[in-house]
Design a protein around this ligand. Structure first.
Ligand code: ADP
Ligand code: MG
Length: 294
């Protein structure tokens, strides 16, 4: 496995909306020769089991701050399993077990002192199918911050800011009290992104966020990701290689390793997206991206 985090030179343009008043961590200075110097996640030899079934074997990967990292690979190679390890969502599955290490912002993510509630606040998640709450557009954004103690007087501003950042504000500002289900699929997905942003996370994980959307709505989400990465670290699972090539800075290719022991997901390589798609180091990556796989 190749584990050479690549440096990405391009700086995203700032979103055209006011920054949140909560100070964010300054963006680390980066130097190409140093790879990803300040990874948000540092994963070492991660294996994952659903009961007796091993789904991932020895995954080691660094995920850099303020980058978009794409996970690609054939169905069943463990992309969803892996991204769900990054915010401990798999904890909820009976019999599931993680081996190895994941550091998040320099601390063990699976450490005894880490509370799931803190993780969910710092690491947001957007799912394949938009899953707004059965509530108003306003309450979809306001519910969790309100529970977290954000004052009533600040909620309107937070709702507007989150919807603006998700580039949805102009479309919904006159109907904030309508049901979220009155929105189109693409709007619902941007609402879910706005909801994730509203708790001011550091990281947004997205598991095939566009797979239920039409091309226009997909384009809007991709544009949005490019705007957001100035402020957030984004990890996206996508089955769409063109999407990975368009939106991501770095791409990780996973595959299914088949042996006498069975089928298990492995990370083949990770690198700068342009390298992965033009000159991958591993033949399995080459076969996959050129469509020769399977
Ligand atoms: N909740 C679960 N219980 C048992 N096995 C699961 C569960 N979820 C996924 N798996 C298995 O783990 C492997 C990886 O699945 P998944 O992470 O969903 O792959 P991908 O997202 O790349 O398609 C597959 O063999 C799948 O059947
Ligand atoms: Mg999946």
């Amino acid at each position: 496995m190749i584990d050479t985090p690549a440096q990405v030179e391009s700086r995203p343009t700032a979103p055209s909306v006011p920054a949140p008043e909560v100070p964010r961590q300054p963006r680390p200075e980066r130097h190409p020769e140093e790879g990803t110097p300040d990874p948000v996640f540092r994963v070492k030899d991660l294996s994952f089991y659903y009961g007796p079934h091993q789904a991932l074997r020895d995954v080691s990967i660094d995920i850099g701050a303020h980058e978009i990292t794409a996970f690609i690979g054939p169905s069943g190679c463990g992309k969803t399993t892996f991204i769900r390890c990054l915010n401990r969502m798999n904890d909820l599955i009976p019999g599931a077990r993680v081996e190895g290490e994941i550091d998040f912002e320099g601390r063990p993510l699976y450490g005894a002192d880490i509370r799931a509630i803190d993780i969910r606040r710092r690491i947001g998640m957007v799912f394949q199918k938009p899953n707004p709450f059965p509530k108003s557009i306003y309450d979809n954004i306001a519910l969790t911050p309100r529970r977290n103690g954000v004052k009533k007087s600040e909620l309107d501003g937070l709702v507007e800011e989150s919807l603006r950042r998700a580039s949805l504000w102009d479309e919904v500002k006159d109907k904030l009290q309508q049901s979220a289900f009155s929105l189109s699929g693409g709007q619902q997905q941007r609402l879910c992104i706005a909801r994730a942003i509203a708790v001011r996370p550091d990281v947004i994980l997205m598991d095939e966020p566009c797979s239920a959307l039409d091309p226009v709505a997909t384009f809007r989400i991709e544009e949005l990701m490019a705007e957001l990465k100035g402020d957030y670290t984004i990890v996206i699972v996508t089955h769409n290689m063109q999407q990975a090539a368009r939106v991501s800075d770095r791409t990780a290719f996973f595959t299914v390793d088949v042996s006498d022991q069975g089928r298990v997901g492995v990370l083949v390589e990770i690198g700068e997206t342009s390298n992965i798609f033009t000159s991958p180091e591993d033949q399995r990556t080459e076969d996959y991206i050129t469509g020769r796989f399977g």
